[in-house]
Write a protein that binds this ligand. Sequence first.
Ligand SMILES: Nc1nc2c(ncn2[C@@H]2O[C@H](COP(=O)(O)OP(=O)(O)OP(=O)(O)O)[C@@H](O)[C@H]2O)c(=O)[nH]1
Ligand SMILES: [Mg+2]
Ligand SMILES: [Zn+2]
Length: 303
Amino acid sequence: MNNNHTEAQVISTYSRRMKIRTNDGKIGFAKILGKQLKPVCGDIVIIKKEENEPEAIITDILPRKNSLSRKNKYKNKEVLASNLSDIAIIVSNPPSPDWHIVDRYIGAAENMGINAFIICNKDDLQWVDKENTPILNTYRNIGYNVMKCSAKIKKNMEDISKYFEGKTSIFVGQSGVGKSTIINSLIGFNELKTQDISSSNSEGKHTTVNSSLIDLPNGGYVIDSPGVREFLPNLNNEREVLKSFIEIHDYGAKCKFNDCTHIKEDNCAVKTALSENKISQRRYDSYKRLINNIRSSKDQKRY
Ligand SMILES: Nc1nc2c(ncn2[C@@H]2O[C@H](COP(=O)(O)OP(=O)(O)OP(=O)(O)O)[C@@H](O)[C@H]2O)c(=O)[nH]1
Ligand SMILES: [Mg+2]
Ligand SMILES: [Zn+2]
């Protein structure tokens, strides 16, 4: 590599300008060369620095180990972050949990081949009640780690902190669940802006507007991301939807037809498991919604 070309990691993105960290730990800004290049948080990029130029230029992105992507409103793939080991899905109440969003992030993680993990924040408000406990137990029974904490009164934060040591995780979830507050608590100071949800007068308030990568004191880093109202993972086909729901995938191995989609087919082991309450109806509904989404976007493409 030329001596004016070096590697750097993207730590936050501001449209065409990126905050980066070079291998020697220095933080700076760099601009992107051309319109094709779309670096995201977590990317390792090549930067070029000319002597008389004030800012470095990003000339390339090194191959990503993986990436978290969604389908945007134009049905195009949008990469949100890369090179991750874990997706931490934060839920709380308020705001009222949307478990379909949780299922969809889990689906994204399954398709990326990385861990998904649920954190129930605001445990000081004791919101995990009769309605939510069975839902959380369903996730536990499938094999997902579910932890409760309160970033506000620092309850269970040591366990949370240990879990993330050495990992490269992204914090995702609805706006106002406390993603930035938890990260501030993990690093021990208020690096990230947080805001009271009751002080907002519009429903769509998002405090965090840019993803940013934060170093953890004992190694590893977390990416804080803006809250979402919905999340559609970038799944390409029904097989990837099935891979998103591991319990449905597992029961599906016993269906009569190899290509059973577990919607209307006869002798479907998934349907049997559903009737015996071995698969949660709520998770199955999530599955059906994503299958229908794939089918309807295929129909649209035909015309
Ligand atoms: N009671 C209680 N409130 C909390 C807790 N953690 C965070 N909050 C509050 O919840 C509100 C939202 O917190 P944020 O950290 O800004 O939420 P966020 O998920 O980062 O929101 P976006 O950036 O909009 O996605 C703030 O008023 C926090 O003080 C907690 O453990 N208990
Ligand atoms: Mg935030
Ligand atoms: Zn089936």
